[in-house]
Design a protein around this ligand. Structure first.
Ligand SMILES: Nc1ncnc2c1ncn2[C@@H]1O[C@H](COP(=O)(O)OP(=O)(O)OP(=O)(O)O)[C@@H](O)[C@H]1O
Ligand SMILES: [Mg+2]
Length: 237
């Protein structure tokens, strides 16, 4: 199987009755192993909602979803949490760093949760933070870091446990062009492998060249998909 994520007719509604909002209106969408897939579309079209459903943070109202060969909806609660912790890495629109922990400790969280020795976990976090140009700030707390620095700590945390699926929501929003390129380069090196995949929601056209596939979303539906053939975008669906 070469799909890391399979969505079929995925529906997500918020609220009920008069207050019901239909946000995902029957999404068909795949993320292929060995690829970096971008999800693009206007503000409010449902990108974060789709990402949250794929990451198991929201339950779909209807439809079928398989992530890394697993139907998350049918895993019992504790199992779903364990599955996510082991196999998924996230970079959210809000970075969700823990204020009392240093940059290195924040980045090390997935390893600590997996039972790693603290020293080894923090050492690995420092190595990744160095690679992200933050070697001089590993001991800083989040409130002592700039937005772009916090975003890179969130990146390190998403990648440190070498998850099979990394999902990122606007991962370069707080970064200048050079840092954005560097971060995408690192993401490609670490997270794109024959048995791994990356899904990125972005408005940032500067990083479009990093995409293997670009899915366009509008008003709760995937409207078209392009494949990147050595810089030439080819319409595929
Ligand atoms: N918990 C919620 N309850 C009700 N409506 C919601 C909820 N979460 C999102 N929505 C609505 O769903 C729609 C899609 O939101 P979503 O956050 O997925 O958009 P988006 O494509 O990520 O936009 P942006 O590019 O601005 O981040 C919006 O109209 C939003 O108001
Ligand atoms: Mg969003």
């Amino acid at each position: 199987m070469n799909e890391a994520v399979i969505c079929r007719s995925v529906v997500k509604n918020f609220g009920t009755g008069e207050n019901e909002v239909k946000v995902l209106r029957g999404v068909d969408f795949d993320v292929h192993y060995g690829e970096m897939t971008f999800l693009v579309g206007p503000s409010g079209c449902g990108k974060t909602t789709l990402l949250s459903v794929i990451a198991g943070l929201l339950n779909a109202t209807a439809g079928d979803l398989r992530v890394l060969g697993t139907d998350l909806a049918h895993l019992r609660n504790g199992k779903a949490v364990e599955f996510r912790r082991k196999n998924l890495g996230f970079v959210f629109q809000q970075f969700n760093l823990l204020p009392a922990l240093t940059a290195a400790e924040n980045a090390a969280i997935p390893l600590l949760a997996a039972g790693w020795n603290r020293r080894k976990a923090v050492d690995k976090a420092v190595t990744i933070l160095e690679d992200l140009g933050l070697g001089h700030r590993v001991a800083a707390k989040p409130n002592q870091l700039s937005g772009g620095q916090q975003q890179r700590v969130a990146f390190a945390r998403a990648l440190i446990h070498e998850p099979r699926l990394v999902v990122c929501d606007e991962p370069t929003s707080a970064l200048d062009a050079d840092t954005g390129h560097h971060v995408m380069d690192l993401l490609r090196r670490i997270a794109v492998r024959p048995d791994r995949a990356v899904l990125v929601v972005t408005h940032d056209s500067r990083i479009f060249p990093f995409a293997d596939r670009i899915a366009h979303m509008n008003d709760g539906l995937i409207t078209n998909i392009e494949k990147n053939n050595e810089g030439e975008l080819e319409h595929v669906a």
